[in-house]
Ligand binder design. Structure first.
Ligand SMILES: Cc1ncc(C[n+]2csc(CCOP(=O)(O)OP(=O)(O)O)c2C)c(N)n1
Ligand SMILES: [Mg+2]
Length: 409
């Protein structure tokens, strides 16, 4: 039995006895009712976690998933490390840019680098990816220039890249809806007779959405070649996972008739292997898979959020010991011939990336203020015309003020 499941059972006993335990809901400052503290293991079997690399950087054998990473070279391992370091650096830069007023908002992926790089590197060029708004690491793997991710967060465009150039769909803010887009796309892939696969990213919170349940049903009955990659980062803004489910999320798949697996989301090798396995099942026509990457959102939900209002810092500190980048570094240092020069060069490359991101963002041109009205209906609409006129009058009111100020001077 895992430590986690032991703790969960103890808490279940405590809450069944009518006492409040140290649960997520208590940490959130709400009263711990029996209903709110119902544990996720109720009704499900004990959670199993696939892990190929421990937090200490030790390789663990796994008969089922080892074959999917058996031929990985030391150079490729260094490549995964580089991906994670550069993604984290880019993410930190974007957070700073928001604090400097250069971006309106940013959703950090801090802590989720292994889940995203492992799964992203498992995809093939002809696969199609449907992300949420936090998949900066997956975008990196798909070859989307990171600066293209920033236009929407700066408010100067509605996306910033052509989805079909990299088979990486635009970021989706409507929680869970991309799982349906992915399912429909995957059904189309199957009809075309192609052997590519589709992967849909979503979060633990999104798992409660009707769209996700519909996507599970449709993909199962149509045997669609889609992988549902759920990053369980333990929080949906301020809601803990306990408020989303009574069983470990990966076990939900069973009820829909396809396999589910929980992988250590901070283990890049594990995520790579499990996602490759799931994508290959899809390619062989064996239908959907649910992968639950068990990870942690180390930062705030977005730059508009303050997690100190609803979670204890000791939780974050505990997850820091499972850092995805540190564990691969330990492995590289102890098990491969990776030298200090590699890490030093990567540091310089990170700095250069940060500089480029700053420069590109600051140089992004402001959009035409009226463009938004042109992207609503193909043939125009009376209401949009009315709103355009109202906005034009509003803009003109500033021209009057400017003129008056000019006269005073
Ligand atoms: C349909 C819908 N409902 C509510 C929201 C507001 N919202 C934005 S993010 C979020 C939480 C999502 O949590 P999760 O799925 O766990 O993803 P995470 O942000 O943790 O990556 C919510 C409720 C939304 N964007 N769309
Ligand atoms: Mg979440």
């Amino acid at each position: 039995m895992t430590v986690e499941s032991t703790a969960a059972r103890k808490t279940t006993r405590r809450s069944a006895a009518g006492k409040t335990g140290s649960t997520g809901s208590k940490a959130a400052g709400t009263t711990g009712t029996r209903r709110a503290t119902a544990k996720k293991t109720t009704g499900g079997s004990e959670p199993e976690l696939v892990q190929l690399l421990t937090p200490e950087g030790k390789r663990v054998k796994n008969a089922q998933y080892d074959p999917f990473v058996a031929d990985i070279t030391d150079d490729e391992l260094r490549g995964l490390y580089r991906d994670m370091v550069l993604t984290r650096r880019f993410d930190a830069e974007a957070t700073s840019l928001q604090r400097q007023g250069e971006l309106g908002l940013w959703a950090s992926l801090l802590g989720q680098e292994a889940a995203q790089i492992g799964s992203g590197r498992a995809t093939r060029e002809d696969d199609y990816v449907f992300p949420t708004y936090r998949e900066h690491g997956v975008a990196w793997c798909r070859g989307v220039d990171p600066t293209n991710l920033l236009g929407m967060f700066r408010g100067v465009n509605n996306g910033g890249w052509d989805p079909n150039s990299n088979n990486f769909h635009l970021y989706t803010i409507v929680i869970g809806s991309q799982t349906l887009h992915a399912t429909g796309y995957a059904m189309g892939v199957a009809k075309d007779g192609a052997d590519s696969a589709v992967i849909a990213y979503f979060g633990d919170g999104a798992s409660s959405q009707g769209d996700v349940a519909e996507a599970f049903t449709f993909s199962a009955v149509y045997n669609a070649p889609v992988v549902f990659f759920c990053q369980n980062n333990q929080w949906a803004i301020s809601e803990p996972t306990e408020k989303q489910t009574r069983v470990p999320l990966y076990q939900r798949a069973q009820g829909f008739g396809f396999p589910g697996v929980r992988v250590d989301g901070n283990d890049v090798l594990g995520c790579l292997a499990v996602t490759k396995w799931a994508l290959e099942r899809a390619r062989r026509g064996e239908g959907p898979t649910l992968v639950e990457a068990y990870t942690y959102r180390m930062g705030a939900h977005t730059t508009s959020d303050d997690p100190t209002r609803y979670r204890h810092d000791d939780e974050r500190v505990a997850w820091e010991a499972k850092d995805p980048i540190a564990r691969l570094r330990s492995y590289l240092e102890s098990e491969t011939d990776t030298n200090e020069g590699f890490f030093a060069e990567l540091e310089a490359e990170s700095e250069a990336l940060g500089r480029r991101v700053r420069e590109v963002v600051r140089a992004m041109p402001d959009p035409d203020h009226f463009a938004i009205f042109e992207n609503v209906y193909a043939d125009g609409h009376a209401l949009v015309d009315e709103e355009r006129a109202q906005f034009a009058a509003y803009q003109a009111s500033f021209a009057d003020v400017d003129a008056e100020e000019g006269e005073e001077r």
